[in-house]
Design a protein around this ligand. Structure first.
Ligand code: ZN
Ligand code: FE
Length: 254
């Protein structure tokens, strides 16, 4: 079975190490820094085969070259980011599938946070590594893409099986929850999640992974189509992209 190790680094980043034991393959998703990755590899006796980058921001590729030098691993990243992520070995695009041992990894393009942003979906184990596209109860800021692009990207993620585990790249859950509550103060699932998140953070535990199912119940950026959010924004039956855009603007100013 696939083993996933979650490394909290910097202020609020997560690096993920994936190990497929049957063929002894190992990948790291969005290595911001190298030392915790190298320590874990050594501890586990794993050899790093691949780096998977969701996008070009430094808190996601910062350790690429150190790890490549130390382990001779291959870098898998968006073809569209070839000009700004150095030394990509395997450029990928929408629908590409590559394997990590017995796991198939599908590339889904999710422009919005950046134009070249991609996410990695592991169909067999139903895990999604989504960088800065979807967060627990939130979504990435629109640094390069439009609200419409981000909305379209989120529709692709929304369409994955409900039980899919969501591994995002930041621990932003608590602040996101506070914002979500301003739009839906009476949402029971949201109230419950916020309570749970509060306890997790108090115990210094990660609130990630989350799941599609939980996000559908609590994430305002996936709930622009609900009557309660539309009422709360006074935007009943307005185009969904417009409602999404409004939520994003409100969050930016929160
Ligand atoms: Zn980013
Ligand atoms: Fe980031």
């Amino acid at each position: 079975m696939l083993e996933i190790i979650q490394l909290p680094v910097l202020k609020d980043n997560y690096i993920y190490l994936l190990h497929e034991p049957s063929l002894n393959k190992t990948a790291v998703v969005d290595p911001a820094v190298s030392q915790p990755v190298l320590n874990t590899l050594k501890q586990k006796g794993w050899t790093l085969n691949y780096i998977l980058n969701t996008h070009h921001h430094n808190d996601h590729i910062g350790a690429n070259s150190d790890l490549q030098i130390a382990t001779n691993c291959k870098i898998i990243a968006a073809k569209a980011d070839n000009y700004r992520i150095p030394n990509i070995d395997i450029p990928v695009k929408e629908g590409d599938i590559f394997s990590l041992g017995k796991e198939n990894i599908t590339v889904i393009e999710t422009p919005g946070h950046t134009l070249g942003h991609i996410v990695f979906y592991l169909e067999n184990s139903k895990n999604l590594f989504c960088g800065d596209t979807l967060f627990s109860m939130g979504c990435g800021r629109l640094f390069e893409g439009s609200a419409e692009q981000m909305w379209n990207s989120l529709q692709k993620i929304k369409a994955l099986p409900k039980e899919t585990r969501i591994y995002c790249a930041h621990e932003y859950t608590q602040a996101n929850g506070a914002f979500a509550l301003t739009l839906e103060p009476d949402n029971k699932a949201l109230q419950q999640r916020i309570q749970q998140v509060h306890q997790f953070r108090k115990d210094n535990k990660p609130t990630i992974p989350t799941s599609i199912e939980l996000e559908l119940m609590t994430n305002p950026f996936l709930r622009e189509n609900t009557a309660v959010i539309q009422q709360s924004l006074n935007m009943k039956n307005k185009p969904l992209q417009k409602i999404f855009s409004k939520i994003r603007k409100l969050k930016d100013d929160f």
